[in-house]
Design a protein around this ligand. Structure first.
Ligand SMILES: [Zn+2]
Length: 344
């Protein structure tokens, strides 16, 4: 049995908790293994697509488990996969060695868009029923709202019927947007999360805050491509990407200031890079406290997971000092506790 004692974020108050199965409790247990330090209630990667080596590849169970182990190595005890290469096996999100998981099954995309081999292509007429059926199975549907700069955007009227169909079964809609028009359509339709949100008009942030739409900016992956794109031949596609990526950090800061919940997500391979996203958020101007919120307690709250309090699911990541004052500690946790078991 595990016992954690130390300063628990976000408050920094001292806690002393025992894992009773997958629940934290203050009831002492004899012979519990004590782990002390600064405590986070588990990291969350809110936008990751484990289980395939390359875009378009089918879901591979061995790759999936390996990818999930990389997440656990990094202190990630829960993931959200807004799009997978296939329906995951029954152990996904369940086995002791893999994070808790929320997922939207395969992406839903318009014909002629998105990566070949990945996702389901649906007409506008089919989209609401397919999204509703997916959300009824797994709680989420993921819509590729826009794609290239010249591609058609899913009309806001279609997106509204998608949101209605998904909410009718108690699910939530994640919308991929990377064009200004796609972002505005998704926000106007009232989706639950904007994924990437590149090129989003900052004027939409107040609507997002008011209706509770969250933003997963995937900042590190978007900005990591900047040097390569700057070196490319001038083209409309290059201009679109440069403008969007250069504005993406300031947009993310503006989202926090507007009261939008921002979630940390790494998007692509290699897996287990949640600290890169936290660094990117801080580099963009977020306070370390807010960047950690995006990667931990805010994301857990969004998924319905409690923190380091009695009765909450027994996840924790332990560091030797306050990770807000030394972000390099994120890459070397003292311990990772998942479902009440020490897994690292
Ligand atoms: Zn993605």
């Amino acid at each position: 049995m595990i016992r954690v004692r130390g300063y628990a974020l976000p408050s920094g108050e001292v806690v002393d908790l025992y894992a009773d199965g997958d629940r934290w409790t203050t009831d002492p247990a004899p012979n519990a293994e004590l782990v002390e330090g600064w405590l986070l209630p588990g990291l969350v990667d809110s936008h990751t697509h484990p289980g395939a080596e390359n875009p378009g590849d089918p879901l591979d169970e061995a790759v999936l488990r390996e990818d999930l182990h990389r997440h656990v190595d990094a202190g990630v005890t829960a993931i959200r996969a807004p799009g997978l290469a296939g329906d995951p096996p029954s152990w996904f999100g369940q086995d002791p060695d893999v994070p808790r998981a929320w997922h939207a099954g395969p992406w839903l995309a318009q014909h002629g868009q998105f990566f070949d081999g990945w996702g389901r292509r649906v007409s506008h007429a089919e989209m609401p029923a397919v999204a509703g059926a997916q959300a009824a199975r797994t709680g989420w549907a993921k819509v590729i709202t826009d794609w290239g700069p010249d591609d058609e955007v899913v009309p806001v009227a279609v997106l509204r019927t998608v949101v209605d169909a998904v909410h009718a079964v108690g699910g939530r809609v994640a919308a991929h947007t990377q064009q200004a028009a796609g972002g505005l359509a998704a926000v106007a339709a009232g989706v639950d999360s904007i994924e990437h949100g590149m090129c989003l008009d900052p004027a939409a942030l107040h609507t997002m805050a008011a209706q509770g739409s969250v933003l997963t900016p995937t900042l590190s992956i978007i900005t990591s491509g900047l040097d390569r794109v700057r070196a490319a031949e001038p083209s409309p596609r290059r201009d679109w990407y440069l403008n969007g990526a250069e504005a993406h950090g300031p947009l993310t800061c503006a989202a926090v200031e507007a009261g939008v919940t921002v979630l940390a997500g790494t998007d692509s391979r290699p897996h287990g890079r949640i600290s890169d996203e936290i660094f990117a958020l801080v580099h963009a101007g977020l306070r370390p406290h807010d960047a950690l919120a995006a990667a931990s307690w805010s994301a857990r709250s969004f998924l319905g997971l409690g923190g380091l309090t009695p009765g909450s699911p027994a996840d924790a990541v332990v560091y030797p000092a306050d990770p807000r004052t030394d972000l390099s500690l994120l890459d070397k946790p003292t311990a990772v506790i998942l479902r009440g078991l020490r897994v690292r």
